[in-house]
Design a protein around this ligand. Sequence first.
Ligand SMILES: CC(C)(COP(=O)(O)OP(=O)(O)OC[C@H]1O[C@@H](n2cnc3c(N)ncnc32)[C@H](O)[C@@H]1OP(=O)(O)O)[C@@H](O)C(=O)NCCC(=O)NCCS
Length: 185
Amino acid sequence: MDDEPQQPTLTTLRLVLRPFTLADAPQVQLLAGAFEVADTTLHIPHPYPDGLAESWIARHADEFRSRTAVTYAITTRETGELCGAISLSISQQHQRAEMGYWLGVDYWNRGYTTEAAGALLAYGFTSLNMHRVQAGHYGRNPASGRVMQKIGMCYEGTRREFLRKGERFEDIVLYGLLRSEWPSL
Ligand SMILES: CC(C)(COP(=O)(O)OP(=O)(O)OC[C@H]1O[C@@H](n2cnc3c(N)ncnc32)[C@H](O)[C@@H]1OP(=O)(O)O)[C@@H](O)C(=O)NCCC(=O)NCCS
C-alpha cells in the first residue's frame, strides 16, 4: 500500500513532527537512555545499547511504506531540537492503531506529548483511515494516562499484572477512541 509516497510532516502550535533520520540517533540514545524513560515503557532497554537507535530509525521508512507503523520525531518549532518520539502501530485488518510515545525528561510537563498525540490522532483518523486508536500505560504512570484523557480517549479497563517488567508485574490501563467519537469529526 503506497498511496502517499512520503511520510508528511505534521505541525502543531509549538511542535514539528517529522520522520527520524539517522543523524538523530545520538540524541535518541541520550534521551531514551534515561532510566526514567525506560522505566515506564515496554520496549526501551536500560542501559540503552549502542547501535539500537540506528537500527530502530532504519526500520521506519519500510514500516511507513507498508503502513504497519508510523513513527515521528517530536521536535520544537522554535529551535528544531529533538524532544522525543511518538508512533502508531497499525493493524490494517482491523483499521486499528496503537499509540506509543516517550519524551526526554527535560521536556516533561510542558504539554508537548498531548500536543503531539492530538496531531497524530488526527492523522490516524483522517489520512490513515483508522477506525480505532488505542493506547495503554502502566498503572504507576499516571502522566501517560493524563495524555490519553486530554486527547479525548475513553478509559476501557485495567488488565491487572498483565506484563512483566524485570521482577515486577505491571497493571496495564487501557484507553481507546473510535473515529465516530473523535471530537474533530
Ligand atoms: C508519559 C510522558 C510521555 C508524558 O509526557 P509529557 O509531555 O510530560 O505530557 P504532557 O505534559 O502532555 O501531560 C502530562 C500530564 O500528566 C500530569 N502529570 C505529570 N506527572 C503526574 C503524576 N505523577 N501524577 C498525575 N499526573 C501527572 C501533568 O500534570 C499533565 O497533566 P495536566 O496537563 O492535566 O496538568 C512522559 O512522562 C514520558 O516520556 N515518560 C516516560 C516514557 C513513558 O512513560 N511513555 C509512555 C508509555 S505508555
